[in-house]
Write a protein that binds this ligand. Structure first.
Ligand code: B12
Length: 257
């Protein structure tokens, strides 16, 4: 654990102020942000994934909702024409929005970790599903939660999160850690139990692991919003072939602004 000598303690009022400022930077672009304490995350993950901060350190998990594609990604690739060819355009877009958070809080030390970042030993720097679960924003369903495992532990079954409003139609983009800010009064929120039976959880894990390309796991519950057809086409297209799609979106985007 890294001992920050200049730690600042905030109460729930202080947290609300931070959330208000995050809203200005993130709400217009289809992102959600949910607070957590680093200790809640570190308690769950193996030592090699733990983050070197005090348990009370404040962080937010950042989620992209379906409208992020139209509100953030298309304007990013079209308007600004700033996509560098060697980096994934969506990753670049996320980097820009995380940087905007850092700019808004330029008086505070913030570490932003993206879902795609790896450690030198090629481990993910952050397990966003665990972070999402401990924040209470999404429910992480894992094989090890099953009382009776239909795969008998013989198959590695990847876990998946569900969002109460968007089902599987969202992504966990990373965390921003307010390295020197501690919020002892933030209390843990258990995520909503979204599926009713163990059979539903087995079905979710089966769809996610064996049929993720048909999008069906995302619709396991009724949702308020899904990805647009354009967004589905984009993600179903091989990364190397996405440039043509981007050009097509930009032609219609240019006409609409
Ligand atoms: C590597 C990776 C993959 C790999 C391996 C998958 C895996 N889960 O390991 C591959 C390439 C196969 C893959 C594929 C896909 N992936 Co992927 N992947 C990742 C990535 C980058 C890291 C996952 C990882 O390595 N985890 C390491 C293992 C060890 O973690 P773990 O199993 O959760 O174990 C921890 C927990 O169990 C925790 N723990 C222990 N006890 C408890 C108790 C509780 C209560 C809790 C909360 C936690 C907890 O401790 C363990 C660690 O010590 C994440 C993004 C990220 N940075 O997290 C996306 C991610 C998991 N993928 C995602 C998706 C959507 C996919 C795909 C559908 C493709 C796509 N992007 O559309 C497919 C579907 C899977 C499939 N059928 O192949 C999403 C899942 C979203 C969701 N709703 O959950 C993520 C979160 C990316 C994102 N930005 O949203 N993926």
């Amino acid at each position: 654990m890294e001992e920050q000598t200049n730690a600042q303690y905030i109460n729930l009022g202080g947290l609300k102020e931070i959330q208000k400022r995050l809203a200005c930077v993130l709400d217009p672009y289809g992102f959600e942000y949910h607070p957590l304490k680093i200790g809640w995350y570190n308690e769950q993950v193996a030592k090699c994934f733990q983050l070197p901060y005090h348990d009370e350190t404040l962080a937010f998990v950042i989620i992209s909702t379906p409208s992020m594609f139209e509100k953030a990604f298309i304007p990013f690739v079209c308007k600004l024409g700033q996509v560098k060819s060697n980096l994934d355009p969506l990753d670049q877009c996320m980097m820009q929005h995380f940087s905007a958070i850092k700019e808004e809080f330029s008086d505070v030390k913030i570490e932003a970790i993206h879902d795609f970042e790896l450690t030198p030993s090629r481990r993910p720097k952050i397990l966003v599903q665990t972070a999402g679960h401990v924040s209470g924003a999404v429910r992480y369903y894992q094989q090890k939660d099953l009382m009776s495992d239909p795969w008998d532990g013989k198959k590695k079954v990847f876990g998946v999160c569900l969002h109460p409003g968007y089902g599987g139609w969202f992504a966990l983009r990373g965390v921003v850690i307010y390295s020197t800010i501690r919020c002892p009064s933030l209390s843990r929120q258990q995520p909503r139990e979204i599926l009713a039976t163990e059979g539903d959880v087995v079905e979710l894990l089966r769809l996610y692991n064996d049929h993720w390309q048909d999008w069906s796991f995302r619709d396991i519950i009724p949702v308020k919003e899904r990805y647009s057809q354009e967004q589905k086409n984009y993600f179903s297209t091989q990364p190397g072939d996405r440039k043509k799609l981007i050009e097509k979106y930009c032609n219609s985007f240019d006409r609409s602004v």
